[in-house]
Design a protein around this ligand. Structure first.
Ligand code: MG
Length: 163
């Protein structure tokens, strides 16, 4: 009656040399930042971790198998589209979202002002209520690469229930 899945993703942050962006996208929210996320798609590491949690819960492998980062079709791709497509696979298996819980590990920028909008975006794409989508953010206490602002990492857990 229930399925659970875990997802993890990390992306590098680089100062804006060849990256022309002065923002990052997390949970579908564009957040101003002096570094850009290095990625083939739009680099929405929050959504990538949630996609993997959903695929894990369904026993369907991982996001790279469904949307290869070598495919030019996915260059700068809106990750929310990945999430909506994966939700269709969840629904096709006869499940709906029970709840999703996300932990973002980022030394900077400050994410608190953006959390509610992320939850609203994610709930919309997952066809569930905001109450079922929790997003937390923590720093890495300046430890290791994430703590030195070289990357952003995300863990996600998803619970699916039979529809
Ligand atoms: Mg990724």
């Amino acid at each position: 009656m229930m399925r659970i899945g875990h997802g993890y993703d990390i992306h590098r942050l680089e100062e804006d040399n060849n990256i022309t962006k002065q923002y990052i996208i997390l949970g579908g929210v564009q957040i101003p930042y002096e570094r850009g996320i290095v990625a083939h798609s739009d680099g929405d590491v929050v959504i990538h971790a949630i996609c993997d949690a959903l695929l894990g819960a369904c026993g369907l492998g991982d996001i790279g198998q469904h949307f290869p980062d070598t495919d030019p079709k996915y260059k700068n791709h809106d990750s929310r589209e990945f999430l909506r497509l994966i939700l269709q696979k969840v629904l096709a298996q006869g499940y709906v979202i029970g709840n999703v819980d996300v932990s973002i590990i980022a030394q900077a920028p400050k994410l608190a002002p953006h959390i509610l909008l992320m939850r609203e975006n994610l709930a919309l794409d997952l066809q569930t209520s905001v109450n079922n989508v929790n997003v937390k953010a923590t720093t890495h206490e300046r430890l290791d690469a994430v703590g030195q602002k070289l990357g952003i990492a995300v863990h996600a857990v998803a619970l699916l229930v039979k529809s």
